[in-house]
Design a protein around this ligand. Structure first.
Ligand code: AMP
Length: 538
């Protein structure tokens, strides 16, 4: 017998109207690219979204059309999110940090009809437009008249000012596509992941929960993670759903700009990748400043180092909540939410536990598998291929006929362990694990250990071909201030990891390459140092 309740037809426009009805005076604080802060109540914000929906309708945008954005975290970008999805079109966020040829590929592959562009990317877009004939209009996210000449160019505020503040949102099936995000494509071409209204709203509900990120009307939340990276981890939806105050930091993501915004706006939850927090902590250390409002720092995208967890707690009284996920998962999979048991532990023991990427959020199922396909024990020791399934996990890549899963599970490409309480720990990306003499070494654990040594700002460990051991680790470090005591670091590592894990060489470097989503670009480094041990030995 089937249940007799109403069908799920919740749309992103319902979320917007819910936010206005219930939290009309809550604020969205946005730092423009010129540094000015603008504030909109949810009421004003929704009016602007409805005006933009009117603009899109006048431009003949239809259900299913792809509309791209190349933009920072600002109120205009957020308006594009809601207005585009609200009329049944697809907001396609493009990562401006990708190479120009990748951006062109993505815009062509998605067949975008309109492109919204922040003024910092105008020159880049002007250069590629001749090769993008499908793009009918480019809307500069700018004030009146502030746009390049050319018939395809339009100005955002000019368009909005001509529209009424009312708009009747259309109704359609909740499985309709709402947003499109491409993976960063470190191997091969970037691939598109197409989120639906239903998956987006379920994901936002899961993210808000007290046992996940914990977002509510008392939250003052700042996604430092860009809105072009997996929809800023769903915060643009979750914040409005929860009636939270939302801070959008614009383009200035350096330590000084972030600390100023956190303090002046009383931000209590901030989310981002470790590299962003490295910059913030270095700035605060240098100026002897303490953050007073921040309670929770949600760190994902790469592993949060122990030293960072410790510093946020001891200096700023902020809890680092590790979160894990990926573009193919909308992205949230697990969070290490503080529990009474965790908070009662002695500090150092607690920090160790905070290194775990946490437990699955409700709705997401995760399991570890052996190469042979057998599920592995949840004993915190055994590790295997981490696979997931759930209503916000990808089934097909965009415009691909091949299912992204054969067995009903999506293979994340990560290697992990899970303990008896469900806490998952990422050991490494499968392709970054180092195989030495038939045994595995975790590059993440080695990096984490190095970051505990005073004076190490960033560390990267890669597996390099070795004539005797198959592969051996090579460690590259950036020092806080040069020169670094490499012998001291080696000595220190001996007490942190098994002896046979010790990198054969530790090299001090002045910079490390990062991908467009802020991860260490190990592919580039592996290619660069491919023969390092070979040459050293022969
Ligand atoms: P992306 O699709 O760009 O968000 O990248 C997803 C990948 O980032 C995951 O498969 C993990 O390898 C990595 N990742 C995400 N969050 C974490 C985390 N908290 N700790 C370690 N790795 C992470």
């Amino acid at each position: 017998m089937r249940g007799q309740m109403m069908p799920n037809d919740l749309l992103i426009s319902d979320l917007l109207e819910h936010a206005v009805r219930n939290h009309a005076q809550q604020q969205i604080i946005s730092r423009r690219l010129d540094g000015r802060i603008v504030r909109h109540s949810f009421h004003e914000f929704a009016q602007r979204c409805r005006q933009l929906a009117g603009v899109l309708q006048d431009l003949d945008v239809r259900v299913g059309d792809r509309i791209a954005t190349l933009a920072w975290n600002t109120h205009r970008h957020l308006e594009a999110y809601y207005a585009i999805s609200g009329i049944g079109a697809i907001v396609h966020t493009v990562n401006p940090r990708l190479f120009a040829h990748q951006i062109e590929y993505i815009l062509q592959h998605a067949e975008d009809r309109i492109l919204f562009v922040d003024i910092s990317f105008i020159a880049m877009v002007e250069a590629m437009l001749p090769r993008l004939p499908r793009i009918e209009h480019v809307i500069a996210l700018s004030d009146w008249g502030d746009k390049p000449q050319g018939e395809r160019w339009l100005c955002y505020e000019g368009l909005l000012s001509d529209q009424p503040a009312h708009f009747a949102w259309p109704r359609f099936d909740a499985q309709t596509a709402a947003a499109l995000c491409y993976t960063s494509g470190t191997t091969g071409q970037p691939k598109g992941v197409l989120y639906s209204h239903s998956s987006t709203l379920l994901h936002a509900m899961a993210a808000c929960r007290a046992d996940a990120i914990g977002i509510g009307p008392d939250s003052v939340i700042m996604p430092v993670v860009p809105m072009f990276h997996v929809c800023a981890w769903g915060v643009p939806y979750a914040a409005l759903m929860a009636g939270a105050r939302l801070i959008l930091p614009g383009a200035a993501l350096d330590g000084a700009a972030l600390s100023e915004l956190i303090q002046s706006e009383g931000c209590n939850i901030a989310l981002g990748v470790p590299t962003v927090w490295m910059g913030l902590l270095a700035h605060l250390r240098q100026h002897g400043q303490r953050l007073t409002s921040l309670q929770r720092v949600v760190i994902g995208g790469s592993a949060a180092p122990l030293a960072m967890i410790r510093e946020f707690d001891q200096v700023h009284a902020a809890f680092v909540m590790h979160a894990w996920g990926m573009t193919e998962m909308s992205p949230l999979g697990s969070t290490n939410t503080p529990t009474p048991e965790l908070l009662a532990l002695p500090a150092e023991e607690r920090y160790q536990r905070q290194l775990s990427q946490g437990r699955a959020v409700f709705g997401l199922h995760m399991e570890i598998f052996h190469e042979d396909g057998q599920a592995m024990p949840h004993d915190g020791q055994a590790y295997g291929h981490l696979k997931v399934r759930g209503p916000w996990v990808l089934a097909h890549y965009y415009r691909s006929d091949v299912p992204a899963t054969q067995d009903g599970w999506f293979d994340t490409g990560d290697i992990a362990s899970i303990d008896a309480q469900g806490y998952m720990r990422i050991v490494d990306r499968a392709k970054d694990l180092i195989k030495s003499g038939g045994e595995w070494i975790s590059s993440i654990d080695l990096e984490n250990a190095a970051l505990g040594f005073p004076g190490v700002r960033e560390a990267c460990v890669i597996g390099i071909a070795h004539p005797r051991w198959e592969e051996r680790p090579l460690m590259l470090v950036i020092a806080e201030s040069t020169p670094l005591d490499i012998a001291g670091l080696r000595q220190y590592l001996q007490n942190q990891v098994a002896r046979w894990w010790l990198p054969d060489s530790i090299l001090e470097v002045s910079e490390l390459p990062h991908t467009a989503t802020g991860k260490l670009s190990k592919l580039t480094l592996r290619a660069h140092y491919a023969d390092y041990y070979q040459d050293l030995i022969t």
